[in-house]
Design a protein around this ligand. Structure first.
Ligand SMILES: [Zn+2]
Length: 347
């Protein structure tokens, strides 16, 4: 048996239950991890609520990120051994469709994510395909290692693969404090960009400056966020916008981006529907880019960069697995600055 956080139906925070269920056994191609640390993503909220008609097999275990130790391996597994300290790439692909054949695993026709399309990591143990586990970076502890993959991978693909960020370019990141936004700030600075961030919290903006943000805008205190962005970029606007917010920021993007600039969207925490100024789109020759998670190549490049630079995720708090409801409540309120870690084992 193992302790875990499950939902038995979609809904509010009260659907989260801390229970004991049978521990998983690996198939021939899988490994079982003893999870030391997992971390929350917005995806966990969407899955819990069943957004977009998403249906999962109940009872369902949430959670996509994890770091832990391999405790069992299937008979065909060659790449890891029992006792290995590992991280998980939670993106799941078929490896045979036209998109996988091209190396675009996050465009796979049957793309899935651990914690969404199969049982997740908010548990003492999780069974996952062996190909999705990789050695834990030496410079990170388990809490850090369990908190960086999904948000760094998403931010990496947005900045490097989709927007093709170059040193010296300017980047606007909305809503600094969330995992992807902070990862994008760290990675954009690593790549030599100048970064503008926004928040409604002065405290979060001060912390963002300490991580490298060049300009900060408190959007609750100004009338025109796009004008503020142009003011700090000599009237020019930014080259790239990293948008995880959606409806609430979409109209700002079109006025804050430079001619020929790129708007990259990976999430819609404020909603999925927003009017688009098509005249600004064509006249200013803008590029709109959608982005989801990352390919295996994105993952490899991201991990290399993070390991070489000894980059670590910003941790907001570490909360025990049994208090997952408090952790999720905090994220839904948007109070966090960085990743909220769920500590499962701490030896
Ligand atoms: Zn595929």
């Amino acid at each position: 048996m193992m302790k875990t956080v499950i939902i038995e139906e979609h809904g509010g925070l009260d659907q989260l239950k801390f229970e004991e269920i049978p521990a998983p056994k690996p198939t021939e191609e899988e490994v079982v991890l003893r999870v030391h640390s997992a971390s929350l993503n917005h995806l966990d909220i969407w899955v819990r609520k069943g957004r977009g008609g998403l249906k999962v097999t109940m009872p369902h275990i949430l959670g996509s990120d994890a770091a832990g130790v391999v405790i069992a391996v299937g008979s065909n597994v060659k790449n890891v051994n029992v006792g290995d300290e590992v991280i998980l790439n939670p993106g799941l692909s078929c490896d045979s469709c036209e998109f996988c054949s091209r190396g675009e695993q996050s465009q796979c026709l049957s793309f899935g994510i651990v914690g969404m399309t199969r049982q997740g990591t908010f548990a003492e143990q999780v069974a996952v395909p062996a190909q999705k586990v990789h050695p834990k970076p030496d410079h990170m502890n388990f809490d850090e290692a369990g908190a960086f993959v999904l948000s760094y991978l998403t931010a990496w693909r947005m900045l490097m693969t989709r927007a093709q960020l170059k040193p010296g370019q300017t980047v606007l990141i909305h809503g600094i404090g969330g995992g992807v936004a902070l990862s994008a700030l760290q990675l954009a600075k690593l790549a030599g960009a100048e970064v503008v961030v926004t928040s409604s919290s002065d405290e979060k903006l001060i912390r963002a400056r300490k991580i490298g943000a060049d300009y900060t805008i408190n959007y609750s205190k100004v009338d025109d966020v796009a004008q503020c962005v142009r003011d700090v970029t000599s009237g020019r606007g930014v080259d790239i916008i990293i948008d995880t917010v959606g409806a609430a920021t979409w109209h700002i993007d079109f006025s804050a981006v430079h001619r020929g600039g790129k708007i990259v969207l990976c999430g819609v925490t404020s909603g999925p529907q927003a009017p688009t100024n098509l005249q600004m789109l064509y006249w200013n020759q803008l590029t709109i880019l959608g982005s989801t998670m990352g390919s295996d190549e994105d993952f490899r490049q991201m991990l290399k960069a993070v390991t070489t630079a000894k980059l670590k995720p910003i941790i907001d708090s570490v909360i025990s697995l049994e208090n997952a409801r408090d952790a999720m409540d905090k994220m839904e309120a948007g109070e966090q600055f960085g990743k909220i870690v769920l500590r499962v084992f701490s030896d």
